[in-house]
Ligand binder design. Structure first.
Ligand SMILES: C[S@@+](CC[C@H](N)C(=O)[O-])C[C@H]1O[C@@H](n2cnc3c(N)ncnc32)[C@H](O)[C@@H]1O
Length: 312
């Protein structure tokens, strides 16, 4: 049984049904995420783009940390729009590095390997298509140089705070003392601003969530009637958890690869978390996971932070 089917059957068999948001990203999901990033309500991309565009030199200096040879690994690279500013700066300042984007979306990796060297002359790209930590291990078998790991955008936010600590500990375990990690965190702010970002008026976030049901129908022989599920985003300003659900509009049965699932009217499927943090919480996470926090880069509204951690 393939991993996607195994996880879907398992997650929908629990008392609290859920689906794993890492499966959002098929070709259609990649495109919908691009649309979300272009929405006026979805501020995180613009905030982080501002940091990468306006603070490129300072970012590069912090990440080079006095070295001119290392490899740059990006976990969950997506379309690498923001990191491209940094890649260009590193090439322009004659750093000897290979860019290794990791992504579970094969379409994204193919796209990056083709398009980036055309856009940035002299850039060496070695794409790694697969799960974060399997690919990080692969990167460690390919590269024996000093490493800088990028984890931008919503990636760390898509883990619960407990899992995020575990995630950072695993990154630390695969690196050497002195290596650097740049982590992007979306910061706590006005709750309405946050909720609106996950409930855009054009409905791209709704379609992005519903696309996973379409994907299950197409790839796992499912029969979800997507019209009968409603997108429901929430934000809790105390915990910083922004969660999205698909709520069954009616009592219904759904079949996936011959297995039947019963949905009560108004029963939710938990789809995704986009966790928000305070700067203090990110520093605490660095400490617990085995890093020293060495630099902070904020956008002008201080809505987002890219923080640089050093392995200790
Ligand atoms: C929210 S997007 C962010 C993309 C990019 N970091 C940015 O800031 O624009 C998350 C990306 O991580 C990838 N991804 C999600 N879960 C993954 C996993 N378990 N292993 C590898 N890649 C994953 C997705 O395919 C997607 O391209």
């Amino acid at each position: 049984m393939n991993q996607f089917l195994k996880e879907v059957l398992q997650d929908l068999s629990q008392t609290q049904k859920s689906l794993n948001s890492k499966y959002f990203y098929d070709g259609k999901g990649d495109k919908l995420f691009q649309e979300i990033m272009d929405c006026p309500e979805y501020y995180p991309t613009n905030c982080e783009k501002e940091i990468f565009r306006d603070r490129t030199t300072d970012l590069a200096i912090a990440l080079k940390n006095g070295f001119n040879t290392f490899d740059l690994i990006e976990m969950g690279a997506g379309d690498a729009t923001k990191s491209s500013y940094l890649l260009k700066e590193l090439i322009d300042t004659k750093v000897d590095f290979t860019y290794m984007p990791i992504d579970i979306s094969s379409a994204m990796i193919v796209h990056l390997e083709q398009s980036l060297p055309e856009k940035i002359e002299g850039l060496k790209v070695h794409g790694l298509n697969g799960e974060y930590f399997e690919m990080l291990e692969k990167a460690n078998h390919i590269s024996f140089r000093k490493k800088v790991v990028l984890l931008l955008g919503g990636n760390i936010g898509n883990e619960t705070p407990e899992n995020a600590i575990e995630f950072c500990r695993k990154i630390r375990a695969s690196l050497q003392e002195g290596d650097l990690v740049l982590v992007g965190f979306d910061l706590k702010k006005n709750p309405r601003t946050i909720l609106a970002a996950y409930n855009d008026a054009a409905g791209f976030t709704r379609d992005f969530n519903l696309n996973l049901l379409h994907r299950i129908n197409n790839e796992l022989d499912g029969d979800f009637d997507t019209e009968q599920f409603e997108h429901y985003p929430t934000y809790d300003p105390v915990t910083g958890a922004c969660k999205s659900y698909l709520v069954s509009r009616i009592e219904q049965e759904v079949r996936i690869s011959g297995q039947s699932f019963h949905f009560k009217e108004n029963e939710p499927i938990y789809m995704e978390i986009s966790q928000k943090y305070s700067v203090e919480e990110t520093e605490e996470m660095a400490k617990i996971a085995g890093f020293k926090s060495v630099a902070h880069f904020f956008d002008h509204k201080k809505w987002f932070v890219d923080t640089v951690w050093q392995c200790i």
